[in-house]
Design a protein around this ligand. Sequence first.
Ligand SMILES: C[S@@+](CC[C@H](N)C(=O)[O-])C[C@H]1O[C@@H](n2cnc3c(N)ncnc32)[C@H](O)[C@@H]1O
Length: 337
Amino acid sequence: MINFARDTRSSNMKVKEPLFSYSLPNIDNNIIHGDSLSYLKSIENNKFDLIITSPPYNIGKSYESKTSIENYLETQEEVIIELIRTLSEEGNLCWQVGNYVEKGELYPLDIFYYQIFKKYGLKLRNRIIWYFGHGLHASNRFSGRYETILWFSKTDNYIFNLDPVRVPSKYPGKLHFKGTKKGLPSGNPLGKNPSDIWEIVINDWETCLWNIPNVKSNHPEKTDHPCQFPVELVERCILALSNENSWILDPFAGVGTTMIAAMKNSRNSIGIEKEEYYCRIAQQRMNDFNEGKLKIRPINKPIHIPSVNDKVSQIPKEWKQYELINSDSQNDIFDRK
Ligand SMILES: C[S@@+](CC[C@H](N)C(=O)[O-])C[C@H]1O[C@@H](n2cnc3c(N)ncnc32)[C@H](O)[C@@H]1O
């Protein structure tokens, strides 16, 4: 494990959230500063029960140089071959991606990646829609509000634990209405299957939320990384698709979100990240976690919905002339159709 000096640049967290501290002596979590392909070559076959990552999207973020989609995918394929080699026979792989955009044309990356994983024999178990409800507003197409996670397994005998990720039933009082179980509860007391559409709040800090008064403007997990994913998102995959003490890999680890989710749930992990600055933040987050100082949005915490009386729900006075479009009476017309 590398140990970096304390980095104060990542500590701009203002919102009060519970602190987690599960410092488990037998759990090993490491952030490696380096190139994923080179490092992967040194890892033995079948080590990881879960590989989960959000790879670079080739969209010209500060940590990547944009190239043609063909070159980008060729490079990624080399990494993918190594990932499949290091995945255990019961192992799962989760690939979280959005769109690559070229001259205004959209390339949904999961469609391209699916072909590569399929070519090497992986089996798709779910294409999960990660819906986040807020984001940039597009003007030449509909605004994008979801990304996907392709969940593949290496074989048909794969790890899948549904109970730890069940969510509360909408109608727990529903009863069987016929048959031998008539009158008995029809749901599962542990909750329902979370389905393949996950509404997990995205990085609030990147979205329009920060302009809205009375809505919290900082996600508690915010760091300097431009594309960090929420711990909650990784956590659900870790709980369902690996076991306690499993080894987990994130080959494009960024600021170590996967490692935090692994530590929180008693899993071992390795993260590989090429940018030293992100490695330092990741290490700092891991240290903070061990000391019980890391703020994490709790899994399944309901998303804040402003009430009708909140200022943010009111029609601004500057929009008076559009009142008919926004008013309830107009909505009633649509509702009745
Ligand atoms: C989309 S970000 C992942 C962010 C991460 N999920 C998190 O929560 O912080 C992709 C990361 O991959 C890193 N990266 C890109 N190419 C890499 C390579 N060849 N080896 C290791 N890391 C790489 C980038 O520096 C970037 O931090």
